[in-house]
Design a protein around this ligand. Structure first.
Ligand SMILES: Nc1ncnc2c1ncn2[C@@H]1O[C@H](COP(=O)(O)OP(=O)(O)O)[C@@H](O)[C@H]1O
Ligand SMILES: [Mg+2]
Length: 236
């Protein structure tokens, strides 16, 4: 097991956002976490990456308890994140943004290889390598955020709504890229409101409702689950 979360609770002041969630991600998997707006998906990602302290429970990554480890040390261990809302550095070029993603690494050769890998994965970024991040379209910034996370060469890639705000054609493209990244060996935990796409690409999935996991199963099982269909796939 690459990631194991046990009975995790998290508070924002007096508001409890996570009520004891447990989930696992095995090496090589794509696992989807789906749920409505406000369910706690981003909060779960923040807990895993260390951007928010948890109140109780544990997060074990590759056999090590990282529950209270600093966020930057989790990156070094192999937890990479493309945050919700993109967060590219607007004044830096595409290449500079990507290089920032590799700031914890010292292997210059490997960094150069991965820069090429990201450019191959995202030809749109390659065409705009010198353009400032802030002048990219929303979809291109989304790609840049995913590319930057890949530059850390994570073992576990956390993707928070990578399809958010994208045109349908780009949504298709970004999901294809996610599948390709996984096939190249990266384990992925994917948070999505686009449940249809996420579950059809995922090996397994979890459904989060108001801070609780209410259902889990293979991507296929969840896609065909009547309650999931009604609540998240827009089919009665
Ligand atoms: N910084 C914050 N301070 C207070 N409450 C927050 C904060 N971030 C999120 N929340 C609350 O926590 C709950 C879960 O939010 P979030 O994890 O962003 O949901 P999702 O990503 O599933 O849409 C929501 O009720 C939200 O209002
Ligand atoms: Mg969110």
């Amino acid at each position: 097991m690459l990631l194991e979360i046990n009975d995790l609770t998290l508070l924002y002041g007096r508001i409890q956002a996570l009520h004891g969630i447990s989930l696992t991600v095995n090496e090589g998997e794509v696992v989807a976490l789906i749920g409505a707006n406000g369910a706690g998906k981003t909060t779960t990602m923040r807990a895993i990456s260390g951007l928010r302290p948890v109140a109780s429970g544990s997060i074990v990554f590759d056999g090590t308890d990282v529950t209270r480890m600093r966020a930057d040390l989790r990156v070094v261990r192999g937890i990479g994140q493309a945050p919700e809302g993109r967060g590219v550095f607007p004044g830096m070029s595409v290449v500079e943004n990507l290089e920032m993603g590799a700031y914890t690494r010292r292997d210059k050769g490997g960094i150069a290889d991965d820069l090429k890998m990201v450019m191959d994965l995202f030809p749109r970024l390659a065409e705009r390598r010198k353009q400032a991040g802030g002048t990219l379209s929303g979809g291109e910034q989304q790609m840049l955020a995913v590319g930057r996370a890949l530059m850390a060469r994570p073992r576990l890639l956390l993707l928070d709504e990578p399809s958010m705000g994208l045109a349908p054609k780009l949504i298709q493209q970004i999901f294809e890229i996610i599948t390709r990244i996984n096939e190249q060996g990266t384990t992925i935990l994917l948070v999505e409101q686009n449940a249809q796409q996420a579950l059809s690409r995922a090996h397994r999935g979890y459904v989060l409702e108001t801070g609780r996991i209410v259902k889990e199963g293979t991507g296929r099982d969840l896609l065909h689950d009547p309650a999931v269909k009604e609540a998240y796939l827009g089919v009665a």
